[in-house]
Design a protein around this ligand. Structure first.
Ligand SMILES: *[C@@H]1O[C@H](CO)[C@@H](O)[C@H](O)[C@H]1NC(C)=O
Ligand SMILES: *[C@@H]1O[C@H](CO)[C@@H](O)[C@H](O)[C@H]1NC(C)=O
Ligand SMILES: *[C@@H]1O[C@H](CO)[C@@H](O)[C@H](O)[C@H]1NC(C)=O
Ligand SMILES: *[C@@H]1O[C@H](CO)[C@@H](O)[C@H](O)[C@H]1NC(C)=O
Ligand SMILES: *[C@@H]1O[C@H](CO)[C@@H](O)[C@H](O)[C@H]1NC(C)=O
Ligand SMILES: *[C@@H]1O[C@H](CO)[C@@H](O)[C@H](O)[C@H]1NC(C)=O
Ligand SMILES: *[C@@H]1O[C@H](CO)[C@@H](O)[C@H](O)[C@H]1NC(C)=O
Ligand SMILES: *[C@@H]1O[C@H](CO)[C@@H](O)[C@H](O)[C@H]1NC(C)=O
Length: 389
C-alpha cells in the first residue's frame, strides 16, 4: 500500500500556483473531473472519467488511484506506469484502468465502494509535474414502487375519525418521501401531520375537503417512483340541501305553479354516501311525511289550498346527520286571470273600434255633404245671374 498525503498535494498545488504566477507555465499538467460528486447505482458499473493534458514531452506517465473511506487512511487501489497497470491484488477483479487514459471503471459497484476516490497523475519530462483530483462517490439502490396503506381501511366519518396513510418501499437507499394530493405536493398544516421521515401522513381531523387523490412519491439521487393513487373514503354531509323544479317559476324557496299543472320537485344535497330523502307537508300545525326518495310530484289540481308549505329532509345514514330545507308551492289561477284580462282588452278594443268607425263614417258623411251641397248652391246662383243678363 502506498501512503499518500493530501497535505503534500496541497503544498504541490500551492507551489504550482506561486510558480505559475512567476513563470506562467505551471499549469503544464491539467487534471479535470466532470463532477466532484457522482451518484452510482448499486450493482452497476461506474466510470470515474478523468481528463488530463500537459505541454511538455513526457518520458513517463504515472497514474495512481486511491480510495478513502470517511476518516480512514487512503488505500491504494491500482496504478500504472506508461502502459503497465499494477493493481492491488485484493481489488484487481473490480477496478480497471486503461492507461494512458486515467479514467477508472468500478464494476460492479457496491454500497461498500462509497467514499472518496483520489487520482494522482505524474508526468516525467524535463523534471516531474503532478496533479491530483478527488471524487466523492455515493452508491444508491434504486427505489421500488411504493405501496400506501390506509388506516382505517374502511371509510371514516368527517370530524369523528382520522386517517393514517403509510408509505412503504421494499428497496431503496436514502429514500425521501413526498405526499401528493391531486398531483400537488402536500405541506404540513394543522390537519396534515407527517412522521419524522415523512413516510406517514396523519389527517386529524378528517373533513370533507380531505376527499381527494393521494399518492406517495419516493425518490433518491438515482431514482424516483410514485405509488398508485389512494382515495380514502370519507363520509360527510348532508350539505346544502336544495329543491329544484322541472318547470314553473321559483323565487327563492317559493315555487309558483299554474292551476292544473303538474310540478316535479327534485331534492339534492352534497353527501357521502348518498342521502336518503323524505318530503314533509305542513298543514295547519300538523306535519306529515308524504313521500320518500329524491323526487316529489305535486299535482296542483288535487290541491285544496293555494299555498302549501313543504320540507325536504336529507339524511346521511353514515354520518347520522340530517339537514332540511323549507319551501312553498303557490298554486295560482294564472290561466283564468289571463283569460279575464284578454276579455277586458277585447271589449275595450271593440269600444275603440266602434268609436273610430263612427268618427270615420261621420267625417266621410261631412266630406260628401260639403263636396256636393255647396257646389250646387253656387251653380244655381251663377245660372240665375246669367239668366238675368
Ligand atoms: C515509459 O516510456 C518511456 C518512453 O516511452 C521510457 O523511456 C520509460 O523508460 C518507460 N518507463 C517505464 C517504467 O517503463
Ligand atoms: C477514457 O475512458 C473513458 C471511459 O472508458 C472514456 O469515456 C473516455 O473518453 C476516455 N478518454 C480518452 C481521452 O480516451
Ligand atoms: C529542460 O530544461 C532545461 C533547463 O531547465 C531547458 O534548457 C530545456 O529547454 C528543457 N527542455 C524541454 C524539452 O522543455
Ligand atoms: C385516531 O383515531 C383512532 C381511532 O380511530 C384513535 O385511537 C387515535 O387516538 C386517533 N389519533 C389522533 C391523533 O387523534
Ligand atoms: C419532510 O417534508 C418537508 C416538506 O413537506 C420537508 O421540508 C422536510 O425536509 C421533509 N423531511 C424529511 C426527513 O424528508
Ligand atoms: C381523482 O381521480 C379520479 C380518477 O383517476 C378522477 O376522476 C377524479 O377527478 C380525481 N379527483 C381529483 C380531485 O382530482
Ligand atoms: C296549533 O298549535 C297551537 C299550539 O302549538 C295550538 O294552540 C293551536 O290550537 C293549534 N292549531 C291547530 C289548527 O291545530
Ligand atoms: C345507508 O344508505 C345507503 C345509500 O342510501 C344504503 O346503500 C345503505 O344500505 C344504508 N346503510 C344502512 C346501514 O342503512
Amino acid at each position: 500500500m502506498l501512503s499518500w498525503s493530501p497535505l503534500a498535494n496541497f503544498f504541490w498545488d500551492l507551489h504550482c500556483k506561486i510558480y505559475f504566477l512567476l513563470v506562467g507555465i505551471c499549469s503544464a499538467l491539467k487534471l479535470t473531473v466532470p463532477s466532484h460528486t457522482i451518484h452510482g447505482i448499486e450493482g452497476q458499473p461506474l466510470h470515474l472519467t478523468v481528463d488530463y493534458n500537459f505541454n511538455t514531452t513526457a518520458s513517463e506517465i504515472q497514474i495512481i488511484w486511491l480510495f478513502e473511506r470517511s476518516q480512514s487512511n487512503p488505500k491504494y487501489l491500482l496504478g500504472s506506469v506508461n502502459q503497465t497497470v499494477v493493481p492491488d491484488l485484493e481489488y484487481q477483479h473490480k477496478f480497471t484502468l486503461v492507461p494512458p487514459n486515467a479514467s477508472l471503471m468500478i464494476n460492479p459497484l457496491r454500497i461498500s465502494d462509497e467514499g472518496n476516490y483520489i487520482v494522482k497523475v505524474n508526468v516525467r519530462g524535463n523534471g516531474t509535474i503532478a496533479a491530483s483530483q478527488k471524487v466523492r462517490v455515493a452508491v444508491d439502490v434504486p427505489v421500488t414502487k411504493p405501496v400506501v396503506y390506509t388506516e382505517p381501511a374502511s371509510g371514516v366519518v368527517e370530524y369523528v375519525g382520522n386517517i393514517t396513510l403509510k408509505c412503504t418501499v421494499e428497496r431503496g437507499t436514502r429514500v425521501v418521501y413526498q405526499w401528493m394530493k391531486n398531483g400537488k405536493p402536500l405541506h404540513a398544516s394543522p390537519t396534515y401531520t407527517f412522521s419524522s421521515n415523512n413516510a406517514t401522513l396523519l389527517i386529524v381531523p378528517v373533513v370533507k375537503e380531505d376527499v381527494g387523490n393521494y399518492s406517495c412519491l419516493v425518490s433518491n439521487p438515482v431514482s424516483a417512483m410514485e405509488s398508485e393513487i389512494i382515495a380514502p373514503t370519507i363520509y360527510y354531509g348532508p350539505y346544502g340541501v336544495r329543491v329544484k323544479s322541472d318547470k314553473g317559476l321559483n323565487i327563492g324557496a317559493v315555487f309558483t305553479v299554474d292551476m292544473g299543472e303538474v310540478i316535479l320537485l327534485d331534492c339534492s344535497a352534497d353527501s357521502n354516501p348518498p342521502n336518503t330523502y323524505s318530503w314533509v307537508q305542513k298543514a295547519d300545525n300538523a306535519t306529515q311525511v308524504i313521500q320518500h326518495g329524491p323526487h316529489l310530484e305535486v299535482v296542483s289540481d288535487k290541491v285544496a289550498q293555494k299555498t302549501i308549505d313543504y320540507v325536504c329532509r336529507a339524511f346521511n345514514n353514515a354520518t347520522g346527520k340530517r339537514d332540511e330545507t323549507h319551501f312553498t308551492v303557490v298554486v295560482t289561477s294564472v290561466g283564468l286571470e289571463k283569460l279575464a284580462q284578454k276579455g277586458k282588452s277585447l271589449s275595450s278594443l271593440a269600444v275603440i273600434t266602434g268609436i273610430s268607425l263612427f268618427l270615420i263614417l261621420a267625417m266621410a258623411f261631412l266630406f260628401i255633404w260639403k263636396r256636393y251641397q255647396p257646389h250646387k248652391v253656387i251653380r244655381q246662383k251663377l245660372q240665375s245671374r246669367y239668366r238675368n243678363k
